[in-house]
Write a protein that binds this ligand. Structure first.
Ligand SMILES: [Zn+2]
Ligand SMILES: [Zn+2]
Length: 705
């Protein structure tokens, strides 16, 4: 019996039995707090809770469902899937246990022609809480037990299971809930764990749950965890179409049913015939089916929330494509086979075919290089392990941090190669990195990036004089898919350092433009530009940046000018603090960007309102003098003889830059400064706070920024 026939017969059976057919709702719920539609029950919840009136107390549906809770099991067994079709029926206070059980039995035995001797059922065995936990007593579901016996299931095949297996809900902390009864198909004594005690509920493959014949909602759980009788009852039934079809087609895996065969065949035909990694093929088949339905329902890959789940699914599928030696583009042709197979029942697939194919192709282009590079690196790491078969957390972190491989993907590959790994160490390194980027205090690149870039020549920075540069040469590219990192031989982009943020702007090459979001530099002096392709690139219209390319650079002028004014103002603040609070004041850190100044200095107590006002007034009076900001290059010795504050001298090379603002401030500085204070606007301190023992922090801004 083909999958499409199973679907049809299910619908016919329940509509013949006076159930109203509900159309499947989309996979993306309107409710933003729910990630995906995970079951047919989701759209029935308002009726089950009696929050909404229903037309008909009997309904049924074939519901598109998607969940990722079992994602690690997919491919390893023949049962788990991300996307699946859920056959479901409901009674809102109409019929109850007797009719639900007889409908289920009639459907399976008389309409799907399943051998009744192969069926086992489970019922709820009852439950008693300790006094401490409310002292609830929920009795064994003897009513269902007797009904099954009456209908012809021998007592020996009716198994009582505990709370965790056969009691459903409530969906939140409080709400309706109740016992359930489930039907299992016995694959035979020679299947599964072979233990004489094997029965439904065993974790082996012998018994397959094919029908949840009913969740019988009759209790209400309150906020004190007490169960009381509901004033109404509901029946909620459900079965996965794929598992039921596998039983009806007498195969031991959903991937061997006609619902998957054309998809699996397409994957096999895309690679050379001698590759037989069944697990990889099944993962690709499952994931592409999910991806196709999700995109058809309006989701697009991104780095946030639902879009990120879709992106991860695509990347996971891509990793498996690499595992079986496939070449990109790969997945859109597989999606085409999904569309072909399912469009009759789900016309939204063929209606959105172009969009589905386009989104998949674009993601493949984006992530192809980084995944291939990362996988090669992982392979070489694994090779070096030899017989040790254990990967250090540090190496895992490197694959993640430097090569952009998702941690789930790394774990998945290591698991498939039977290599153990140190996840705790990875987590620690990951946490340190997160903390660093949160506090924004570290202007250095990670250790891995320092090593990665150590053999590249230092970047010539020309950005003190020029904001644009034509004809820079690309020396290094790391394509992380959603992020591009690259090094040029020379650049006008200021790299973050000395408390000043990195420049933003644009880099254009032959057939591509990259939006530069930040620039960092190694200790030695290699500038790493970090950015992403502009929009046209994601539409597949442009080519990519590669080593050897010649590119033009454009620093965002407005952002640079505002940042420079703020930086010069930080120098005024440094001097003003010394004037008002005393010469012992020295700078302990700063962060300056295009709209704010954060300045740390040594001081034992809070500043008074009077002191704050004096500092503001002094700085504003200097700004109002329309002072030129002058930059002079000189040797450290010359600077010393001019009496420049040399507190940071260890960090500067012998040739230094001295920044003079009128005759008020003179400071050594590697930051960008220019212009005249007449353009600064009014200075204001917005906040003062502690930044550690003996350190005060001032936050300030200029009115014109
Ligand atoms: Zn077993
Ligand atoms: Zn400075």
């Amino acid at each position: 019996m083909e999958g499409s026939v199973v679907r049809e017969r299910f619908i016919k059976f329940f509509t013949d039995n006076k159930h109203q057919l509900y159309k499947s709702s989309g996979l993306i719920p309107d409710d933003e707090s729910i990630l995906f539609t995970t079951a047919g029950m989701v759209q029935m919840m308002p009726y089950l809770m009696r929050e909404k009136e229903f037309e008909n107390p009997r309904v049924c549906s074939v519901q598109k469902s998607f969940r990722t809770v079992d994602i690690d099991d997919i491919g390893s067994d023949g049962r788990h899937l991300t996307f699946f079709e859920m056959l479901g029926s409901w009674s809102f206070g109409d019929y109850y246990k007797k009719e639900a059980i007889s409908l289920a039995y009639d459907l399976l035995v008389n309409h799907f022609k399943i051998d009744k001797d192969k069926l086992w059922v489970s019922i709820f065995e009852g439950f008693q809480d300790s006094e401490l936990h409310g002292g609830n007593i929920i009795p064994r579901d003897t009513e269902s037990e007797e009904l099954w016996e009456d209908i012809g299931i021998p007592k020996s095949k009716i198994i009582a299971l505990p709370f965790k297996d056969n009691f459903w809900g409530p969906p939140g902390l409080t709400g309706p809930c109740g016992p359930s009864t489930e039907i299992y198909y016995d694959n035979g004594k020679d299947k599964g764990c072979l233990k004489p005690t094997c029965k439904p509920g065993c974790s082996c493959d012998r018994f397959v749950e094919i029908w949840n014949a009913g969740v019988f909602m009759e209790y209400y759980k309150d906020e004190n965890s007490r169960f009381s009788r509901l004033p109404y009852t509901n029946v909620d039934t459900g079965a996965g179409l794929e598992r039921l079809t596998a039983v009806l087609q007498n195969v031991d895996s959903v991937f061997k049913t006609d619902l998957f065969i054309p998809i699996v065949d397409k994957i096999k035909s895309n690679v050379s015939s001698n590759i037989k990694n069944e697990r990889s093929i099944n993962i690709i088949a499952d994931h592409v089916r999910g991806i196709t339905f999700l995109i058809a329902d309006g989701l697009i890959p991104s780095n946030e929330y639902r879009g990120y789940v879709l992106r991860r699914l695509l990347r996971r599928a891509m990793v498996q494509v690499i595992q079986i030696g496939g070449e990109f583009p790969f997945l859109s042709s597989v999606a085409e086979s999904v569309i072909l197979k399912y469009s009759n029942f789900y016309p939204e697939l063929s209606l959105n075919k172009d969009k589905i194919m386009k989104e998949i192709d674009e993601e493949e282009i984006k992530f192809k290089n980084v995944l291939e590079k990362g996988m090669k690196k992982l392979d070489s790491m694994v090779e070096k392990l030899g017989s040790v078969k254990h990967l250090k957390g540090e190496d895992m972190f490197k694959l993640h941090d430097t090569y952009g491989l998702n941690i789930e993907i790394i774990k998945d590959i290591l698991n498939s190669k039977n290599i153990s790994f140190d996840e705790t160490e990875f987590d620690n390194l990951y946490k340190i990195q997160q903390d660093k980027s949160r506090t924004n205090s570290s202007f250095t690149l990670g250790k891995n990036m320092e090593i990665e870039l150590q053999n590249i020549q230092n970047t010539e920075f020309i950005g003190y004089q020029d904001l644009n540069l034509k004809g820079a040469k690309v020396l290094y590219v790391l394509d992380l898919g959603d992020e591009i990192q690259f090094v040029l031989d020379k650049t006008p982009f200021f790299a973050e350092g000395g408390g000043q943020k990195g420049d933003i702007g644009e880099v254009r090459g032959n057939g591509f433009s990259i939006k530069v979001k930040n620039v960092k530099k190694t200790k030695k002096g290699v500038y790493l530009h970090i950015g992403e392709y502009m929009d046209a690139h994601s539409e597949g219209k442009e080519s990519s940046i590669s080593e050897g390319d010649i590119v033009d650079c454009f620093v965002d002028q407005e952002s640079r000018i505002k940042t420079s004014y703020n930086h010069s103002t930080a120098h005024l603040l440094n001097k003003a603090l010394k004037v008002i609070l005393g010469d012992q004041i020295s700078q302990k850190g700063a962060y300056i960007d295009d709209h704010r100044i954060r300045f740390d200095f040594n001081f034992q107590r809070q500043l008074t309102d009077d002191e704050i006002k004096k500092i503001e007034d002094l700085i504003n009076s200097e700004i109002n003098k329309n002072l030129d900001v002058k930059v002079k290059e000189m040797t450290l010795k010359e600077a010393e003889s001019l009496g420049v504050d040399l507190i940071f001298k260890g960090k500067y090379s012998t040739k230094v830059r001295v920044i003079e603002i009128g005759d008020f401030s003179m400071e050594l500085c590697g930051g960008t400064h220019f212009g005249n204070t007449k353009d600064f606007g009014k200075f204001k301190i917005t906040k003062q706070e502690s930044a550690g023992k003996g350190i005060r922090r001032i936050r300030a801004e200029l009115s014109k920024n």
